[in-house]
Design a protein around this ligand. Structure first.
Ligand code: NDP
Ligand code: 8X3
Length: 252
């Protein structure tokens, strides 16, 4: 196996689980995130356990110049990227629109929308040259249905859905597959980030029902990369059984 996957936001949650899943399947891994120590630890664990090559790129996906420099630093023998997973993202704050915090809005828009665009724009030329590749965008159920106080986060994920559809149209002539995975509630560091480090508030999100795990999403996402060249999964909406839509849950 000499296939290469690039996973953004591999230092935690879904991205980290994806790194384990693709490593187990002998992919060469390009892992990105801001937290260098976590990237190095993951690299050491995965290369020891699965004997795979791992390249780590530490950068803030919101900063175009950092994204460009990171991609320029990818050695030639790592440039044949088969799968790009745009996973880095976050929600910050849970406030009604009239009380919205500008900095929270900017962090979400810059990461979830602009960061995804910056990285994709810089990686797509490698795929286009080879007329081959698979881009997987991690959207959210929040991009399909808005919930109270979700406003801007939901907006960024609706943008991911539209951008995914646009990518699929623009890249169809180059044989590049484009898939969106839209999870419901997954227990990761997501809520801790959303509640700005308030552990009690973050835990409450997952009380009274069994949320998805990051591994659940990694398994489903990996499946989409195992299909024949002529088969592309466009979109997957995946929720815990106890979640009926973006805001209806069965809680004990
Ligand atoms: P985590 O908080 O556990 O992980 C988020 C990852 O994104 C981290 O690796 C983080 O790395 C990275 N990231 C965040 N900001 C930046 C940045 N500015 N530059 C580079 N990397 C960044 O959350 P999840 O694993 O849950 O989230 C992954 C994706 O899944 C997100 O897009 C999220 O919106 C989506 N999602 C999550 C759901 C959930 O319920 N958990 C449900 C639906 C979708 P670092 O901090 O080191 O930079
Ligand atoms: C994360 C899931 O429901 O918190 O995208 O928006 S939710």
């Amino acid at each position: 196996m000499n296939k290469i996957v690039l996973i953004s936001g591999a230092t935690a949650g879904i991205g980290e689980a994806l790194a384990w899943k693709f490593a187990e399947n002998k992919y060469k891994l390009i892992l990105t995130g801001r937290r260098k120590e976590r990237l190095e630890k993951l690299k050491s664990e995965l290369s020891t356990k699965f004997s795979v090559d791992v390249l780590t790129l530490q950068f803030d996906i919101r900063v175009l110049n950092e994204v460009e420099k990171a991609v320029e630093s990818i050695p030639e023998n790592w440039q044949n990227i088969d799968v790009l997973i745009n996973n880095a993202g976050l929600a910050v704050g849970v406030t009604p629109i009239q009380e919205g915090v500008y900095d929270d809005w900017e962090r979400m828009i810059d990461t979830n929308v602009k960061g995804l665009l910056y990285l994709s724009r810089n990686i797509i030329p490698f795929m286009k040259n080879r007329k081959k590749g698979h881009i997987i965008n991690i959207g959210s159920i929040a991009g399909k249905q808005v919930y109270p106080n979700g406003n801007v986060y939901c907006g960024t994920k609706a943008a991911v859905q539209s951008i995914t559809e646009g990518m699929r149209i623009d890249l169809v002539n180059y044989g590049i597959k484009v898939t969106q995975i839209t999870p419901g509630a997954v227990e990761t560091e997501f809520s801790l980030v959303r509640f700005k480090g308030d552990e009690d508030a973050a835990k409450k999100v997952y009380n009274g029902y069994k949320p998805l795990t990051a591994k659940d999403i990694a398994e489903t996402t990996f499946y989409t990369t195992t299909l024949p060249d002529h088969v592309n999964i466009n979109d997957i909406l995946i929720t815990p059984t106890a979640q009926a839509n973006a805001y209806v849950y069965h809680k004990a």
